[in-house]
Design a protein around this ligand. Structure first.
Ligand code: ZN
Length: 451
């Protein structure tokens, strides 16, 4: 759902009818509601070391079912996240995980995320076969034994259900210590690791001789991000580092054109049949490379001039490093997805039904509403007297954008009707400036991350 401006052809493929059926889990699984997901005071030093714990698994299934299988555990470098914000309260994401202290049976860490697997579940292929994707969680390293709990949203109710648990012993000799493999380079340092958003930029498809080219691309990525509010005025709360990790061959695989490259992260175009949807399914490898720098958010720059990319919440963002067309804007659009799960505000013409956004459920994304539960969204930012829904006209668009009212404009989340966005234009639809609602949501998220 976090794909880059994908084609109508892909939309047809994606929404062509993976009928959502009840699964065994509908009744049997333990549900948690968003009201139970609240911030608590956790004494970081009591429960955690300064390190990062990594839990690897495989996420597999078909269009109707999802399961998880253990893969391994690693101890990585310094924890780059906040020592205060340990229970993510936003309710963003299709998946959620909790770390529970065994001795006290207390939730000591919680975060939400989305996955490529969940997007694959909506493709026609998922109706015919099962498929497995490597996935991975990172969290501050617990001092004592703990349980990893993974929750997924019920496809009908959209409530989180507990789907998987793994009891980990901190003394387990299978926990692999991490040794940084690659060089980390500072691109922009705004503040301390603990109180800043730490972004890591990773290369794919750059050979050992192309280090300069990658570093230039990293500077361009930084400049693109800081060209847009709210990031322009939040520089002091953002750190950007690059990890230099060369590939064997130069360029990126384009399977639909028969072009294949041996690259470190195996990024490729034509994900789920969409030429422009450029992603990798090798997420464990992505984590291996990222761990050479302290990080909370991953963005991959590929050595390609071809337009394309993607971004998935708390997973990774990706964009072509080549300077073709609107490269900078694409970076920032995808980062909006990968940082905090902002929804796409654009419309796929003729698209009337979406498995992602059923009409009777409120989207979890901060910048979309179906009016099922609008009070939790941007209602308090709308001036009195603004018509709801808010009409958009050519004469309105001819006015300076400072005169556009914050409202509820119909169309968004790939749908023409029944779903509403806050402003006529935004980075999340037309690669315009972020709308005031997206800007406010990003600032609020940075407040949480940088606490
Ligand atoms: Zn927006």
């Amino acid at each position: 759902m976090k794909r880059l401006l994908f084609s109508t052809a892909l939309a047809t493929l994606l929404f062509s009818g993976c009928a959502v059926q009840s699964t065994k889990s509908d009744k049997a699984q333990e549900c948690i509601t968003l009201s139970e997901i609240s911030e608590q005071d956790i004494d970081y030093d009591k429960y955690f070391t300064d390190g990062t714990f990594r839990f690897d698994f495989h996420h597999y299934g078909d269009c109707n079912s999802e399961n998880y299988a253990f893969d391994g555990m690693k101890l990585e470098g310094q924890w780059a996240g906040s020592h205060k914000s340990l229970i993510n309260p936003f309710g963003y994401g299709e998946q959620l995980f909790r770390i529970v202290d065994t001795e006290e049976q207390k939730v000591i860490y919680q975060n939400g995320y989305c996955t490529l697997f969940n997007e694959w579940q909506t493709t026609a292929e998922a109706q015919k076969t099962t498929r497995s994707y490597p996935e991975s969680l990172i969290f501050p390293c617990p001092k004592r034994d703990f349980t990893v709990e993974i929750y997924a949203r019920n496809k009908k109710s959209k409530l989180f259900e507990k789907r998987y648990t793994y009891a980990a012993s901190i003394g387990d000799y299978n926990i692999e210590p991490f040794t940084p493999e690659y060089e980390a380079v500072d691109i922009h340092i705004g503040g301390s690791i603990e109180h800043s958003l730490d972004i890591v930029l990773l290369p794919d498809g750059f050979t050992a001789e192309e280090k300069e080219k990658f570093m230039t691309a990293c500077d361009a990525w930084r400049n693109a991000l800081f060209a847009y509010e709210p990031f322009t005025s939040e520089k002091q709360r953002i750190n950007i580092r690059a990890v230099w990790a060369p590939s064997k061959e130069s360029g990126i695989s384009i399977p639909g054109k028969g072009e294949w490259k041996k690259t470190l992260l195996d990024c490729r175009f034509y994900t789920f049949g969409s030429e422009r949807y450029q992603m990798t399914s090798e997420f464990h490898k992505v984590r291996d490379v990222a761990a050479s720098a302290p990080y909370e958010s991953i963005f991959i720059l590929t050595n390609s001039d071809k337009y394309g990319g993607g971004g998935i919440y708390n997973y990774y963002g990706l964009g072509s490093a080549g300077k073709t067309g609107k490269t900078g804007e694409v970076y920032v659009h995808e980062f909006g997805h990968s940082l905090m799960g902002l929804g796409d505000e654009y419309v796929e013409k003729g698209n009337t039904v979406s498995e992602f956004y059923p009409a009777d459920k409120e989207p979890w994304e901060a910048n979309l509403t179906t009016f099922v539960n609008f009070s939790g969204k941007w209602e308090n930012m709308i001036a009195e007297g603004t018509p709801i829904p808010t009409p958009v006209s050519d004469s309105l668009l001819r006015l300076p954008d400072t005169q556009w009212p914050i409202g509820t404009y119909e169309g968004g989340g790939y749908l023409e009707k029944g779903i509403f966005r806050p402003w006529p234009k935004c980075m999340m639809n037309q690669l315009y400036d972020f709308c005031p609602v997206c800007q406010a949501a990003i600032r609020k998220y940075l407040d949480y991350i940088c606490k």
